[in-house]
Design a protein around this ligand. Structure first.
Ligand code: ZN
Length: 71
């Protein structure tokens, strides 16, 4: 199985190690944001993409999640 984002071979559940870590931190951060802000998953993902401080890995994951329409 390949990573859905970078096509690397060594991956579990659709993501390689780096993208899975980025995905997990995105999900974790969303839990925090949700408590403070009224923000939807999609809005949150666009904020991640717009944020210049977001790492490349996380950005790629966010773009993928928006495009795939995952909730
Ligand atoms: Zn990857």
């Amino acid at each position: 199985m390949k990573c859905v984002i970078c096509n690397r071979e060594d991956c579990e559940n659709g993501y390689c190690e780096l993208h899975r870590k980025a995905y997990e931190s995105i999900v974790k951060k969303y839990e925090v944001w949700k408590k403070v802000l009224e923000i939807s998953w999609k809005e949150y993902l666009s904020e991640i993409i717009k944020n210049p401080l977001t790492g490349e890995w996380a950005k790629e994951v966010a773009v993928y999640l928006i495009e795939s329409g995952e909730k």
